[in-house]
Design a protein around this ligand. Structure first.
Ligand code: ATP
Ligand code: FE2
Length: 323
């Protein structure tokens, strides 16, 4: 069975085609703001302008008549972007006379990660621009055991980078700078129960920079503090839930220092650590296609009249009836 998935919850626009064995095609055309952050209207305009050519690129590689299911990112995300993607997916499903499946974006990050790495029952640390959550399956739902109380870690890194004059996306630039960091400067370490917060840290790190601290040391101090917070909460979830696998997903999963901290924590506890390849850890259409396929095979479908977008869609809202 073959599924096509369209992802476009925010800046990313990506179409993937998968079958049970692997990824058949993956084409990306991200929206990259000229300056500043992501503007929802501009991002959605980009998506509507580029979707037709992106689809053509995919259909040069895959026969459109071989598609069995059309999946799309239904939420969470920016309303205007979600609407463009949902409209395209509906049209495609109607034209191909194939079923439509609306997919939760967070669920897709976790499921594609499990598929790619072989993790079975992990505690997932999902870290991206807009989201930072510690997720694990309990019965027929995924549950969020801890999450950010304000902004996602990716947004925090991007904000700090922008303040220091670096272009979006800032995460990879902070990672490079941090490698050259030598001196740790204090930053507020905010973990409350199983939740954490980054916005106070961003302000404090911006002040360090404004007071003349080297960019490299600001980046280093920020990463060490923020990633230690994420590692602590992930470890606590492992202990509480008595699980022994950690899966790192989302755009920030590409960060080698975060991977290293989690790997060390897992080794200390005798747990296994998994991270999918970078192109499938961040936003991508293949994760939507794969999750759509999985859901369809387990009886899920989204009739066109119920395919409205869900900007606040939570992972807990999806009933999980697969292994
Ligand atoms: P979501 O909709 O799930 O919140 P997103 O739109 O933020 O996702 P992702 O691809 O999951 O998209 O993540 C993008 C984020 O990942 C950006 O904030 C970017 O700075 C960050 N990022 C990418 N590479 C790295 C890296 N090497 N280190 C740290 N952060 C990174
Ligand atoms: Fe994402």
């Amino acid at each position: 069975m073959i599924a096509l998935g369209i992802e476009g919850t925010a800046w990313s626009l990506s179409i993937g085609v998968v079958d049970e064995e692997g990824v058949i095609a993956l084409e990306n055309d991200p929206y990259i703001p000229k300056e500043g952050g992501i503007h929802p209207r501009e991002a959605s305009q980009h998506h509507s302008e580029r979707l037709p050519s992106l689809l053509s690129r995919v259909f040069e590689k895959v026969d459109k008549n071989s598609i069995d299911v059309v999946a799309f990112s239904q939420g969470p995300g920016m309303g205007p972007c979600l609407r463009v993607v949902a409209t395209a997916a509906r049209l495609l499903a109607i034209k191909l006379e194939k079923p439509l499946v609306g997919v939760n974006h967070c669920l897709a990050h976790v499921e594609v990660g499990r598929w790619q790495t072989g993790a079975r029952k992990p505690v997932s640390l999902y870290v991206s621009g807009g989201n930072s959550q510690v997720i694990a399956r309990r019965g027929n739902r995924y549950r969020v055991f801890g999450e950010t109380l304000d902004i996602g870690i990716g947004n925090a890194l991007d904000k700090l980078a922008r303040h220091m004059g670096l272009k979006h996306p800032g995460g990879p630039k902070i990672e490079e700078l941090a490698k050259k960091g030598q001196k740790y400067h204090f930053l507020p370490y905010v973990v409350k129960g199983m939740d954490f917060s980054f916005s106070g840290m961003v302000t404090a790190a911006q002040r360090l920079f404004d007071s003349g601290v080297r960019m490299e040391d600001v980046a280093f101090s920020f990463q060490e503090t923020a990633f230690a917070m994420l590692t602590e909460v992930t470890e606590r979830a492992l202990a509480y839930l008595d699980l022994n696998e950690v899966l790192l997903v989302g755009g920030v999963a590409a960060n080698k220092r975060l991977q290293e901290m989690l790997r060390i924590m897992c080794e200390d506890r005798g747990a296994k650590f998994y991270v999918p390849p970078k192109e499938l850890a961040g936003d991508n259409g293949a994760m939507i296609a794969y999750t759509g396929l999985l859901m369809y095979k387990h009886g899920h479908q989204t009739p066109v009249e119920k395919s409205y977008v869900r900007p606040d869609f939570r992972i807990e809202d999806v009933e999980v009836n697969w292994d």
